[in-house]
Design a binder for this molecule. Structure first.
Ligand SMILES: Cc1ncc(C[n+]2csc(CCOP(=O)(O)OP(=O)(O)O)c2C)c(N)n1
Ligand code: SF4
Length: 245
């Protein structure tokens, strides 16, 4: 268990105050270091606030085009000795990158996807994403998301758990207890990859106070109440076995 700041976090992060990305970055760094694989890890990132990590999170990075991180993460096939992750927002992984996300899972690529769900396109100013909740106001749904027009929010894990994948879990970065649980999920996901079990996916519910127009504490409370109600946390696939129906 690492108590000091992980060495992988080479520069202070650039996220807004109260953003969940910073906590998630730290959890990923701690897990990689505890597993002893940080210096042999390759990350694939595309766009969004996720790509701010390239300068601050000290691993080898490939920057893909928008949505394509899971496709370039197939570098794992050429370098099976490396630990390979993608780190993606909900707009990136489930809108323009939906196909790449699903096909990497369909192929059961032996990679780990860290999927940050903040219910909007953060970096570009808070537009509606596939995960925007019913009724949620965004810059492109100013009267609230109308599901009769847009369809319902995507639940990635509900789709992924129909496939032959190794691991899927959803956590949140709200309380200390939830953060500890989320770290366990991230660890389980990387362990699945190190054991050669196949595709692992961890969704993390994360506040975006800037675009939600909320102070950090209220944004965290929105995750713990409204968002977790729609997107329950837990483990859904473990060692290829479905855990919830
Ligand atoms: C081909 C292309 N289209 C659009 C954009 C603009 N763009 C940059 S980031 C982004 C969305 C990011 O949202 P998300 O993946 O949810 O990440 P967040 O910033 O919320 O963490 C978009 C649409 C782009 N960079 N490339
Ligand atoms: S815009 Fe949102 S997701 Fe991006 S750094 Fe700021 S709070 Fe985080």
């Amino acid at each position: 268990m690492i108590k000091t700041k992980p060495q992988t976090l080479i520069v202070d992060n650039k996220y807004c105050p109260g953003c969940g990305h910073g906590v998630i970055n730290r959890l990923v760094a701690e897990v990689l270091e505890e597993l002893g694989v940080a210096d042999q890890t390759i990350g694939a990132v595309a766009v969004g606030c996720a790509c701010l990590m390239i300068d601050t999170f000290g691993i080898d990075w490939i920057q893909a085009q928008h949505g394509r991180a899971a496709a370039v993460a197939a570098i794992k096939r050429c370098r099976p000795d490396r630990t390979v992750l993608t780190y993606q927002g909900d707009g990136d992984a489930l809108a323009i990158g939906f196909s790449e996300t699903m096909y990497a899972a369909i192929r059961n690529e032996n990679i780990t996807v860290i999927f940050v769900n903040n219910t909007n396109f953060g970096m570009t100013g808070g537009q509606m994403a596939p995960t925007t909740l019913p009724g949620q106001k965004t810059t492109t749904s100013p009267y609230g998301r109308d599901c009769a027009v847009t369809g319902n929010p995507l639940k990635a894990i509900d789709m992924l758990k129909t496939l032959d994948i190794a691991y899927a879990a959803r956590g949140a970065v709200t309380t200390a207890a939830e953060i500890a649980k989320t770290k366990r999920y991230i660890r389980n996901a990387f362990e699945a990859q190190l054991n050669g079990e196949g595709y692992s996916f961890v969704e993390v519910l994360s506040p975006c106070p800037t675009n939600w127009g909320m102070p950090p504490l209220a944004a965290k409370e929105r995750v713990a109440s409204t968002i977790q109600e729609y997107y329950p946390v837990g483990e859904f696939v473990k060692r290829g076995e479905k855990r919830h129906d």
